[in-house]
Unconditional design. Structure first.
Length: 268
């Protein structure tokens, strides 16, 4: 009986082909964790892929410039990955990525959600989804508020460099005529870093309470913040940690969608 070859006998189809793809992705993921590169032996040990299979996979990946081999015989991520990364980044729209997560925050809490970025001493609102309640925070896309006194601003500043923080504080003092105690600000930002979320409990606007969280890009750099805003009459301080965790989780999901690996870039 002659029969026809089954799907598993063809290396680029069916379960066998899928296994090869999974292993190739595993190799790329492992190499990305050590930019200096792996020897063939170390790469086989870390991935658990048999040496002969690994050697064949590396050959295919090298031909696509996704893997490179150094003069000392180490295997590294290749220049072809830059092309893929650039294509991803060119297609990224922060607002489009953030809006589903913002909508989820509004659905879960019934309160307004903002997306904002730091611009000099201000936070500029890029996007908002309003609360369904008739009484809510009045704000507009394109509007601004002082970064130092807002939840979004504090979430961003907590993960910014000392140079950026100093520039914002000095500029805020000149523009708003309000001196800021650096020790007080440092204590506020330390709390943001330890808790994972920021607060503005009527610090910026009487009658409005906000809870914010940072958004990071693929390099680990903070680029934006999300915040939930509610009239103080509806704000329940006993649920602050719960709401903070919800907003922080939304910020993390946006960050992950932007390519963030979970590690913050080193800031000075």
């Amino acid at each position: 009986m002659t029969g026809e070859a089954g799907p598993q006998s063809t290396p680029d189809r069916g379960p066998a082909g899928m296994r090869s793809v999974e292993r190739a992705l595993q190799v790329l993921s492992t190499l990305s964790e050590r930019p200096s590169g792996f020897s063939l032996v170390d790469l086989a040990r870390v991935t658990g892929i048999p040496m002969t299979t690994l050697h064949r996979l590396l050959g295919v990946l090298r031909s696509a410039s996704l893997v490179a081999e150094t003069a000392t015989g180490l295997h590294t991520v290749g220049v072809g990955s830059v092309v893929l990364a650039r294509a991803f980044l060119d297609g990224v729209d922060l607002r489009d990525i953030a809006k589903p997560e913002m909508a989820a925050v509004v659905e879960a809490t019934g309160e307004t959600c903002h997306l904002g970025v730091l611009a000099s001493v201000h936070v500029v609102y890029l996007e908002k989804i309003d609360s369904p309640h008739p009484v809510r925070m009045h704000s507009t896309v394109g509007g601004t508020n002082p970064a130092v006194s807002t939840a979004i601003g504090r979430a961003i500043l907590a993960h910014s460099s000392q140079a950026v923080l100093r520039e914002v504080l000095e500029g805020s003092e000149r523009l708003f005529g309000m001196p800021f105690d650096e020790q007080d600000i440092d204590a506020v930002l330390d709390d943001v870093r330890s808790s994972g979320y920021s607060t503005d409990l009527q610090d910026n606007e009487l009658g409005i309470c906000c809870v914010g969280a940072p958004v990071f890009d693929h390099t680990g750099r903070v680029i934006a913040g999300l915040s939930l805003s509610t009239p103080s009459s509806r704000f329940d301080s006993s649920r602050l940690d719960q709401v903070g965790a919800l907003v922080a989780a939304a910020g993390e999901r946006v960050s992950r969608a932007l390519g963030w690996s979970g590690t913050q870039a080193e800031v000075g």
